[in-house]
Design a protein around this ligand. Structure first.
Ligand code: FES
Length: 355
């Protein structure tokens, strides 16, 4: 979301998946801005001497400041490591911070919201459109998720945003589960205008700077975070320098959703292409089987590719095996596994394999 003129937005991504955003005026260090925001990132000397604050910059430009080799080696700096006590942003940044948000005494954000619209694609997939009271305070990275308290219960479930971070209203895709608490709410009790509570944002599965070709792989409602990423690319206004391909697999034809949105992204994003694949053998869909059966060498680019996968655990494992069988090690493999109908936290395991 927007920041005060001249301030940079810095996302602090903690090891427990919590992300907090701070605004940093030009010339101010990330550590000072964090302190003002009452977020206690790891610090000791504050002088570029000890290395305690060492973080990893996922995207953005900055001046690294003054420090000694003991705190940060040239190789580390070259690889993207940085010292928040010394660094001053020169653009919006995403920083991976060592330690948890809890250690930083930074709680997770909670937001009052309203269910504006409930749309069923089929009997098993719903789209929720949600407005948040204080929308300006809910900032997130494309690909992240929120925990949604299920009205009338003590339970919560987690859903990735399918809307881009700049959207006024938030959207989420929900895949139903037999006797699931969210499914029961949506099918039996939900009314437009219902009050909701959202917590987050969470997750380390988010779009990084596009520095090489991108391959997106989505299974089922795993398409949601990919939609948010594509929306962010559109709203940034800059055409990516590299091609982006999405392979979107589902079990049955009726599970395919938001295909029209993907077609719009083909128009809006130069170099974006996508395939839809249906696993069910009796489907009349032109592409059947698994997503890996429909990847071409140009999509793999001899491994010089950043891969973003969101899908069920079996899909993550199958894609990992596929890299092995093809002898490919992607430059970066970011993934998020989800299970339907279970609390998100233990079920969802974001991860990253980097070459
Ligand atoms: Fe010591 Fe940053 S706190 S180098």
């Amino acid at each position: 979301m927007t920041t005060t003129t001249n301030e940079y937005s810095v996302a602090l991504s903690f090891e427990d998946g919590v992300t907090r955003f701070i605004n940093v005026p030009p010339g101010q260090t990330v550590a000072d801005a964090s302190y003002r925001a009452r977020i206690n990132i790891p610090l000791d000397c504050r002088d570029g001497a000890c290395g305690t604050c060492k973080a990893f910059c996922e995207s953005g430009e900055y001046d690294g400041g003054d420090y000694i080799e003991d705190a940060l080696t040239d190789e580390e700096a070259e690889a993207g490591y940085c010292l928040p006590c010394q660094m001053t942003p020169e653009s919006d940044l995403v920083l991976r911070i060592s330690g948890t948000a809890e250690m930083a005494k930074s709680g997770i954000g909670q937001f009052a919201a309203t269910l504006e619209k409930l749309h069923w694609y089929a009997d098993n997939t719903a789209a929720l459109t949600i407005s948040v009271e204080d929308r300006g305070k809910l900032r997130y990275l494309p690909g992240q998720y929120m925990n949604l308290k299920v009205p009338g219960t003590e339970e919560e479930r987690s859903y990735s945003f399918s809307s881009g971070p700049d959207a006024d209203e938030l959207t989420f895709l929900v895949r139903t589960a037999p006797n699931g608490v969210m499914t029961t709410y949506l099918k039996e009790r939900a009314r437009e205008g219902d009050s909701l509570i959202l917590e987050g944002p969470m997750g380390s599965f988010f779009l990084r700077e596009v520095k090489r070709p991108v391959l997106m792989l989505a299974g089922g409602t795993g398409i949601a975070p990919q939609l948010a990423m594509l929306e962010k690319i559109v709203s940034s206004g800059a055409a990516p320098d590299f091609p982006i391909h999405l392979a979107y697999g589902v079990t049955f034809d009726k599970d395919l959703v938001e295909v029209e949105a993907l077609e719009r992204y083909v128009e809006a994003i130069p170099g974006f292409t996508f395939d839809t694949i249906v696993a069910y053998p009796d489907s009349a869909h032109p592409k059947k089987g698994y997503v890996t059966q429909h990847l071409a060498p140009k999509h793999l680019n001899d491994g010089d590719v950043d891969v973003y996968l969101c899908g069920p655990p079996a899909m993550v494992d199958a894609v990992r095996r596929y890299w092995g069988s093809e002898g490919i090690t992607p430059a970066n493999f970011y993934y998020e596994r989800f299970a339907v109908g279970v609390p998100h936290a233990p079920a969802l395991q974001p991860g990253q394999d980097a070459a």
